[in-house]
Design a protein around this ligand. Structure first.
Ligand code: MN
Length: 218
């Protein structure tokens, strides 16, 4: 089997169990993604939070339940960074990650930017807005999605899982730079910002049961 790390030749991956180290700053814009046991924030455990300052380094914070020897969601450094209003959290499909992080960590995640919303606002000629599609078409990076559906609840993650998880945050800064230029070109940056500002409330609505049917649906 191919080594998943071959897709990340220049990346450095740091695995932190239980929390970010104290005093670590990743700058004013931090790319964030999560890996979970499934897609329902109320049912499924948050297992991993990936972060990058956009410098080719990924920080993976693994949250392990107390019964498996961890500290559960007791992660004050991670919570502080996610809730810090001076740090913009850059995500792809932020609606899910914001809902999950807010529900599991008991915080408000803001401010947030979402590359999927940005793509939907400017790439109206296609319905392909997945991270893999955008990375290929906008920055020429080929992502592997092989580990997407693997068991993120495992106490010991594989190298392939860590490389996959890291790849979901390593390119978001480059992607955002392209998308922001397109939003400006198409005069939709203000609309994107209004959508981003709503994301913390959108995450709360989803967890409270207004995801289906959507509160904006007829
Ligand atoms: Mn991911």
């Amino acid at each position: 089997m191919a080594d998943a790390t071959q897709f990340l030749p220049n990346a450095t991956i740091h695995l932190h169990k239980h929390d970010l180290p104290p005093g670590l700053s990743l700058g004013p814009v931090v790319a964030v993604d999560t890996e979970t046991m499934g897609l329902d924030p109320r049912r499924d455990r948050l297992c991993l939070v990936q972060l990058s300052g956009g410098d080719g380094q990924a920080h993976l914070v693994q949250l392990i339940p107390p019964e498996l020897g961890g500290r559960g969601y007791d992660c004050p450094n991670l919570k502080a960074m996610m809730a810090d209003t001076a740090v913009t959290k850059l995500m792809h499909f932020a609606r899910f990650d914001v809902g999950m992080l807010q529900h599991r960590l008991g915080i408000t995640v803001a401010p947030v930017k979402c590359t999927k919303i940005a793509a939907k606002l400017v790439r109206t000629f296609t319905d392909r807005h997945g991270l893999k599609d955008l990375c290929r078409e906008l920055i020429g990076v080929e992502l592997s999605k092989q580990q997407q559906t693997s068991d993120w609840g495992a106490v010991e993650l594989t190298r392939e899982q860590m490389a996959y998880a890291a790849s979901d945050v390593l390119y978001l800064h480059a992607l955002w730079a392209k998308l922001e230029a397109l939003l400006i070109r198409e005069h939709r940056l203000d609309l994107a910002e209004a959508c981003f500002a709503f994301l913390p409330a959108r995450g709360r609505l989803d967890v409270l049961g207004w995801d289906e049917p959507d509160i904006f649906a007829h």
